[in-house]
Write a protein that binds this ligand. Sequence first.
Ligand code: CUA
Length: 363
Amino acid sequence: MSLEERTQHTGPRPARPHDRADWRKMLGVGVIASLLGIAAGLLIDWFPIAASQEAKSIDTLWDVLIIFSVPVFVGVTTVVLFSAFKFRMRPGEENLDGPPIHGNTRLEVIWTAIPAIVLVGLCTYAFIVLEDVEAADSNPVKVRVVGEQFAWTFFYERDGKEVVSRQLHVPIGRQIKFTLQSKDVLHDFWVPAFRMKKDAVPGINVTYTVTPTRAGIYPIVCAELCGLGHAVMRSTATVDPPEKFATWLAALGKPAGGTGAGGGGAAGGGAAAGKAVFTSTEGNCAACHTLADAGATGQTGPDLGKVLKGKDEAFIRQSIVDPSAEIAPGYEDGIMPPNFEQTLPRAELDALVKYLSEVTKEG
Ligand code: CUA
């Protein structure tokens, strides 16, 4: 093609007869895609059960954010794809310019002003929700939460003293103030049903509050990669009616069976009681260890049927309360929590040792 021929073909593309209809179609496609996106965002149940007052306002905030942000992503993406197809270059238009457009001040003011207003509005709303979920009550239930590789321990105040628990129990309808601490690395204390989570940082106290509204047992998850045992750093939060919580707190740390007369059965039924400890959430041995007798298949720690085979009670006790003393071949130090002596009541620990000694005699 000569220069002369090319100059003859350049210049603005003449308007197509359907341009205006295409433009309307483009808007229509964007609106429909946005509506479908919003519907998917709102109709699908994305979250676990909501078990706290905070969860309600946070879930509502999420819904509002979906309504405003889905059109921005789904709508804009669809319009871009539609335009790229619909207004693409046709054969014979290779040397033509697009239509001569010199900007449109009114359009530019609108598409700057609307997102700015939406953004300021959503930020204000999110800030109000944040203030609301962080508002402190005058008389919360205080729980000190200590994270370490790879377990959570909970400390309660009772009669001016601290009592320790491996399980988290909280009452319905009272604000709970968690004070998070870490003994080693960053962890993150998260109860998805409460919707609140914060890092536990070594050396400082991090706090947040939650008001449980629904009885039940909910998972506690460590949400910060903290080492080899991160995935098993789980526990449960039990939400109880206030009376039940008070009973539990009063009995915390006292010998098992104390609610009945004497509780003399604990010593006699040692092995059977020990099996219960093994599988309980207090002991939670089954989460990490394999033990045929207890139906446990955990893979994080060694198979107890093998490593404890023929070992005496003293060795087994040491392995539980001081797991670093001797590490099974092929396993690493520091995976098993070192604080079972503090978190398991004495009678339960004794029963657990007795049980493990009996079931691993023959391997
Ligand atoms: Cu602790 Cu992840």
